[in-house]
Design a protein around this ligand. Structure first.
Ligand code: COA
Length: 373
């Protein structure tokens, strides 16, 4: 009888050249580069190229990718009509999931499984995820959709399409760093969902729709939004510790803490902590950072559990003016790059992903006609 590994914990199911995590040392590496190095020195577009091609781009390759993003960022008018015609979502991830799934109906290559077509679809999906999120955010408020600006990079474009105003260079750079930090994380639940779907040789849009469904849950991408809701509910720095002590006493999880792989601090949290602090200071809204810091200190002291990527991203996005219920969608705006990299890798050397289960139900029953049950 095979050993049951609940939740696939510590199970290695494939090799991958895209991303590695050292949970003991708190290291996250994209294609050989440490996340801190990439966050300090690269841009989201460079990281996307790195994830897709396995190396950093030369100048002309990066310019080409930027041009492709600029050419593909606008979505079909039918997608905007769809966003306008859908009923109000109970959660905006429902709308994103529906819209991304619908993109395949307007993609002439949706069923073309050649590598070239799949790479082009990866460009379109990555270029358009942010456009859809920003358009949706404006449509639901009755505002006009803002067309992308070909002169802006990916991060600045998103903030521009969301707010209708060109962001400051500093805000655009912080958001660019947030996108770099969220771009990939190995075989996390949403990426794994994408790879499972791709492993049936289903199309890329189907794989990405699966990933969005998995990302939506509060144990994965849904945590950042819940962190901010918690901070808003706490309201002031002096109440933070009592509030979290109450959660722990009731054996409730504190969102934005803990990780399946990291046994030490998530390296992304270190960078996001600095982002939260500096954004808070520059906008005069320091209390969210101060509250977060108190909570983290308490969690380490009382539970020995560290903050993860979702903890300080919450207060950073808040100060950047991003609506709280969009935080998980922002995760998708970045992670689409990693999802598509993994789908391309899966297609390149495919093996159907199909695990086993240990059956624990009844055995040996005989059918009983319905009148005799
Ligand atoms: N708050 C309080 N306690 C936590 C905790 C948290 N955020 N995360 C883990 N723990 C505790 C659990 O209660 C459990 O304690 P126990 O052994 O006494 O029962 C122990 O740590 C192990 O947690 P578990 O949920 O079994 O680990 P996991 O590997 O299955 O789950 C997460 C990992 C991420 C799902 C989990 O840490 C969690 O739910 N975190 C909150 C949600 C979140 O921030 N998700 C984003 C991840 S990037």
């Amino acid at each position: 009888m095979a050993e049951v590994k609940t939740g696939l914990q510590n199970v290695v199911i494939a090799t991958s050249e895209i991303c590695s995590i050292d949970g003991q040392q708190g290291k996250l590496i994209y294609r050989g580069y440490e996340i801190s190095d990439l966050a300090a020195n690269s841009t989201f577009e460079e990281v996307v190229y790195l994830l897709w091609h396995g190396r950093l781009p030369h100048r002309q390759e990066l310019d080409q990718l930027r041009k492709q993003f600029a050419e593909n960022r606008a979505v079909a008018p039918e997608i905007l009509d769809l966003l306008k015609s859908l009923p109000p979502a109970q959660h905006p991830m429902e709308t994103l999931r529906t819209a991304i799934s619908a993109l395949s109906l307007y993609d002439p290559e949706s069923e073309d499984m050649s590598e070239e077509a799949n790479r082009r679809k990866a460009v379109r999906l990555t270029a358009q995820m942010g456009t859809i999120v920003a358009a949706y955010a404006r449509i639901r408020e009755g505002k006009a959709v803002v067309a992308p600006d070909p002169g802006l990079g990916h991060a600045a474009n998103f903030l521009y399409m969301l707010t209708g105003e060109k962001p400051s260079e500093q805000d655009a750079r912080w958001f660019d760093i947030a996108l770099i930090l969220h771009a990939d994380h190995s075989f996390n639940a949403s990426t794994f969902a994408a790879r499972v779907t791709a492993s049936t040789l289903s199309d890329m849009h189907s794989a990405i729709t699966s990933a969005i469904g998995a990302l939506k849950g509060p144990l994965h991408g849904g945590a950042n939004e819940r962190v901010m809701r918690m901070l808003l509910e706490i309201g002031s720095v002096d109440k933070a510790e009592d509030y979290v002590r109450g959660l722990l006493a009731r054996k409730e999880k504190v969102m934005g803490f803990g990780h399946r792989v990291y046994r030490t601090r998530d390296p992304r949290a270190t960078i996001l902590q600095k982002m939260s602090e500096e954004l808070g200071r520059s906008t005069g809204q320091t209390k969210w950072f101060e509250m977060s810091q108190r909570i983290e200190e308490l969690m380490i002291r009382e539970k020995g559990i560290n903050a993860n990527v979702d903890f300080y991203s919450a207060s950073s996005y808040y100060v950047l003016g991003i609506p709280v219920d969009l935080y998980t969608l922002i995760f998708a705006v970045s992670r689409i790059s990693g999802w598509t990299a993994h789908v391309l890798e899966q297609y390149a050397d495919n093996k159907l992903i199909r695990p086993l289960a240990e059956y624990t139900g009844p055995a040996g029953l005989s059918y009983v006609p319905i009148e005799q049950r």
